[in-house]
Design a protein. Structure first.
Length: 132
């Protein structure tokens, strides 16, 4: 199973590996959860699409929720193409609804235990499920 973690708004101000660039509490909890359960983890970035957690990225200020319908469609196409290179198998997706839309081409393979949960419940789930 591969993991896909949604990016976060809180970021370092310098280039870093994707897993280190995002500094928010929710992102960090989601990344730990995915890393403990998946052989490979990707980050779903509003700017770069699907990136390996070890890929070097520059900080940016882009969010899918600010995309126009056309921009979101183009971004979803980009991610769909990137998903083809990931290969077959189950996907553990720890992403919010706007980001999950990009995973629709692989919907049958996607498991998202956070789907539909508000922010506080997401944090509770990840805290209860954390691997020590």
């Amino acid at each position: 199973m591969i993991g896909i973690v949604g990016c976060g708004k809180a970021k370092l101000t310098r280039p870093a590996r994707a897993k280190d660039l995002y500094t928010g509490t929710l992102f960090c909890a989601q990344y730990r959860y995915a890393k403990a359960r998946c052989h490979t983890v990707f980050i779903l970035s509003a700017k770069y699409g699907l990136v390996r957690d070890t890929e070097m990225l520059r900080p940016y200020d882009v969010t899918v929720s600010n995309f126009s319908a056309e921009q979101k469609n183009e971004w979803c196409k980009l991610v769909a193409g990137q998903l083809q290179t990931v290969g077959a198998g189950k996907i553990l997706a720890l992403v919010s609804a706007p980001y999950e839309q990009a995973l629709e081409p692989r919907a049958a393979d996607v498991v998202n235990p956070l789907r539909g949960l508000p922010l506080g419940k997401r944090c509770q789930f990840l805290t209860r499920s954390s691997v020590q």
